[in-house]
Ligand binder design. Structure first.
Ligand code: ARG
Length: 263
């Protein structure tokens, strides 16, 4: 009887181990079997991902992912959501890859696995014409808009600013334009793109990006924890695209300055 019990126990433990193996992480096989690579994105972040004509999601990261999907021999499926839902969705295994201008941080590494970074960015300060804020030092005690769940939010909270979070980047911009906040903090390349678009409609110099880069932000793609095999495959492709100039060429197509990561 005792023997039977321990046998049963051993069988139970073995099946538990097998179940936990198969539920931890996404594999290249899963993606190939599905015939599609499903990415989670918040398309309010030009030039990385934004809504183009006919509400198609387009941008630098979408082009990178199209090439990756092609290498895997699968199609690309794009799921849109607010930025602060991307990492929780990847953590829960709802999507294969988080593709959203995501900065690699130590605290995010507890919830998702990152690929190697493919570029570097920084936080920038945006103000309206004639603002008394001319440098980071002037932000002390000021009200700042950010996108919720971003590194801009973390950074500004850490600095002790009065932070107003918005689910969509466009609303963080509107808060500045309508005078609800004194400044808007956002990643530099997206700041450049959104400010250019705003000034084209509202007059040159309506919005101003201060010449002061805060932080260094390596961008990478996020997978469910336990996806080491997939990460290895993706890293091979990404590092090749960095070193053979493919990524730099995509940035150039979007007229965005490219800073390579130090991988
Ligand atoms: N790089 C910043 C972060 O990781 C902002 C990303 C915002 N992305 C977006 N698609 N809205 O927190």
């Amino acid at each position: 009887m005792k023997k039977l019990l321990s046998l049963l126990l051993a069988a139970l433990l073995l099946s538990l181990a097998l179940v936990s193996c198969s539920s931890g992480g996404t594999t290249v096989d899963d993606i190939k079997k599905a015939g599609t690579l499903t990415i989670a994105t918040s398309p309010d972040f030009p030039p990385f991902e934004s809504l183009g004509e006919g509400n198609q999601v387009e941008g630098i990261e979408i082009e990178i992912l199209e090439k990756i999907a092609e290498k895997f021999g699968v199609t690309l499926t794009i799921e849109q959501m607010d930025f602060d839902s991307v990492i929780p969705g990847i953590n829960a295994g709802k999507y294969d890859l988080g593709v959203s201008g995501i900065t690699v941080t130590e605290s995010r590494k507890k919830n998702v696995l990152f690929t190697d970074p493919y570029c570097l960015a920084a936080q920038a300060i945006v103000v309206t014409a004639g603002s008394p804020i001319t440098s980071k030092a002037d932000l002390t005690g000021k009200t700042v808009s950010v996108q919720t769940g971003t590194t801009a939010e973390d950074y500004c909270m850490g600095e002790g600013y009065d932070v107003k979070g918005f689910a969509a980047n466009n609303d963080a911009e509107s808060a500045l334009v309508t005078g609800k906040v004194d400044a808007w903090v956002i990643d530099d390349l997206t700041a450049a793109e959104m400010v250019k678009a705003y000034n084209a409609e509202n007059g040159e110099g309506s919005l101003v990006i201060l010449d002061e880069a805060m932080t260094t932000e390596p961008y990478a793609f996020a997978m469910q924890l336990g996806s080491e095999g997939l990460a290895a495959e993706l890293n091979k492709i990404i590092n090749e695209m960095v070193s053979d100039g493919t990524i730099a060429a995509i940035f150039e197509k979007y007229e965005a300055p490219y800073t390579a990561p130090h991988n």
